[in-house]
Design a protein around this ligand. Structure first.
Ligand SMILES: NC(=O)c1ccc[n+]([C@@H]2O[C@H](COP(=O)([O-])OP(=O)(O)OC[C@H]3O[C@@H](n4cnc5c(N)ncnc54)[C@H](OP(=O)(O)O)[C@@H]3O)[C@@H](O)[C@H]2O)c1
Length: 215
């Protein structure tokens, strides 16, 4: 299965590309700039010990079965509509977190659609959107392939897409995929990241989440 990253040149896309590359997926790094995509793909290839391609975002979206959105939330409204045809019928994974900093404190601006993932679904009506990876800090993903020891909550209105993304998430070393329900629940998952950023500052750590009590 080929997995591409729209805005894959940032720390989150790069870290996920590294981990999913190691998990056996064919990975494509997308960017607005083909040269930047090629340079980051070279870095991921070197780190993962396998060939990763870099392409412009539109080519990356066309070339993969699963397309992960790793642009900043504010960039979604301009970035996603041109990809509509390229992702029609495909699984699109939203990793974005709406975030603003006031006086240095992180907070979550209101999103009319409910969440970044629901906005992605509204912008890409023919895609099968799932939300995942919002709670995974980029630094830990990229450093090495140590087990993450974290849960990845996956939300979607498309049951088959959710299962596929749960399988993708579970491929990351030391990650457990958790069914988070419908896409509307993604707003809570996105909110947890804002909490984690505050906790990270208090403890000078890179934290994640584990759900207790699952069978
Ligand atoms: N960083 C984390 O630890 C973390 C953790 C959980 C979730 N996330 C979420 O994952 C996403 C990516 O995070 P990140 O830290 O990697 O973000 P980032 O570095 O700020 O941006 C990622 C990439 O998006 C593209 N981009 C930036 N501004 C854009 C614009 N105005 N229009 C189109 N493309 C633009 C850039 O790629 P090109 O310039 O190459 O096109 C950039 O390299 C965000 O939505 C974030 O909320 C991040």
């Amino acid at each position: 299965v080929k997995v591409s990253f729209i805005g894959g040149t940032g720390p989150e896309g790069k870290g996920l590309a590294y981990r999913l590359g190691l998990a056996g997926y064919d990975v494509i790094i997308g960017s607005r700039d083909a040269e930047r995509a090629a340079e980051i793909a070279r870095q991921v290839s070197e780190h993962a010990g396998k060939t990763v391609r870099g392409e412009e975002n539109a080519v990356a979206a066309s070339g993969a079965e699963i397309v992960v959105i790793t642009v900043p939330f504010d960039a979604q409204a301009a970035t996603l509509p041109p990809l509509r045809d390229a992702v029609a019928g495909k699984i699109v994974v939203s990793a974005a977190v709406p975030l603003s900093f006031e006086g240095g404190r992180p907070s979550m601006p209101p999103v009319p659609e409910g969440s970044a993932a629901e906005q992605a679904q509204a912008l890409l009506p023919n895609a099968r959107v799932a939300a995942a990876f919002q709670n995974l800090g980029a630094a830990k993903l990229w450093r090495n392939n140590d087990p993450l020891d974290q849960d990845i909550i996956v939300c979607s209105d498309d049951a088959d897409a959710k299962q596929e993304v749960m399988a993708l998430a579970a491929g990351i070393n030391g990650a457990r995929a958790v069914n988070g329900g419908l896409l509307a629940a993604s707003r809570y998952v996105e909110g947890i990241t804002v909490l984690l950023i505050g906790i990270n500052r208090q403890y000078k750590a890179t934290t994640g989440i584990r759900i207790a009590g699952l069978p």
